[in-house]
Write a protein that binds this ligand. Structure first.
Ligand code: ZN
Length: 215
C-alpha cells in the first residue's frame, strides 16, 4: 500500500505499534502501567486502505478493534531527541490495531510473542493522512471509534502515558527511523468484539472519517 500526502508518496516498510499507552485501557485489560513504551511490530502487508473489506481471520474467535492515532515518519533519523522529534513527523491518521484477543490471552499466559494475535493479514486498517500542520497540537488530538454507528471509543492523545514525541525518541534509540515508517500509538479504553457484517468507523476533526467492513 502506498501513502500519498501532499506531493509525496511513501511506501511503508515497517509498522511499529505501542501497547498499553492509555491508563484506562491498561485498567480494562487488567494489566500494569508500563515504565517504558511497550513496542511490537506488524508487517506492512497488514495495512488495509479506507473503504476496503477486512476478512475475519480464520485462526481465532475473538477479533477486537483498537482505534489508534497513526504517525507517518517523513525522514531518516536515529537517537532523536524529544525536542527534534516533531520534525520527523510528516503526517498523522487514524487506524485500527486489530487484535485476536483469544489468541493474545493464550500467548500472554504462555509468555510467548504476540505476532499471531496482532500481526496477521489485514490487521492494520489505516485512513488517509493529514499533514502535521493540519493536526496541530500533538497532545490534544481527539478521535472516536464507532461500530455500526454506535460510539465505542472516545480518545484524546492528551491521555497517552507516553506522548507521541516520546514514542519517536524511544523507537529511534533502537531503530533508525525511515521515511514511510508508521507508528500505531496505542488505544484508549472501550475496545471490544467485532463480528462478520460489522462496520467500523474511526473519525477525528483533523482527519475526517474512515470506515471498514468486516466480512
Ligand atoms: Zn493497540
Amino acid at each position: 500500500m502506498e501513502i500519498k500526502l501532499s506531493d509525496d508518496t511513501y511506501i511503508p516498510r515497517r509498522i511499529f505499534c505501542i501497547g498499553k499507552n492509555y491508563a484506562k485501557h491498561v485498567a480494562e485489560m487488567k494489566s500494569a502501567i508500563p515504565s517504558s513504551p511497550v513496542i511490537f511490530c506488524k508487517p506492512s502487508t497488514s495495512l488495509v486502505p479506507p473503504g476496503e473489506d477486512v476478512h475475519y481471520p480464520a485462526h481465532g474467535t475473538s477479533l477486537h478493534y483498537e482505534a489508534e492515532i497513526v504517525v507517518l515518519i517523513g525522514k531518516e533519523g536515529k537517537a532523536i531527541s524529544s525536542d527534534e522529534a516533531v520534525d520527523f513527523i510528516s503526517g498523522l491518521s487514524l487506524g485500527l490495531d486489530l487484535t485476536m484477543r483469544d489468541i493474545q490471552n493464550e500467548l500472554k499466559t504462555k509468555g510467548h510473542p504476540w505476532e499471531t494475535s496482532k500481526a496477521f493479514d489485514e490487521s492494520a486498517p489505516v485512513g488517509e493522512f493529514a499533514p502535521l500542520s493540519k493536526v496541530g497540537d500533538l497532545e490534544a488530538i481527539g478521535f472516536r471509534c464507532y461500530v455500526n454507528d454506535e460510539l465505542r471509543q472516545d480518545g484524546n492523545s492528551s491521555n497517552m502515558i507516553f506522548p507521541i514525541t516520546r514514542l519517536i525518541t524511544s523507537l529511534s534509540e533502537i531503530w533508525q527511523l525511515l521515511p514511510g515508517d508508521l507508528i500505531y500509538t496505542g488505544t484508549p479504553e472501550g475496545v471490544g468484539e467485532l463480528s462478520k457484517g460489522d462496520s467500523v468507523r474511526v473519525e477525528g476533526e483533523a482527519f475526517g472519517a474512515f470506515q471498514w467492513k468486516i466480512v
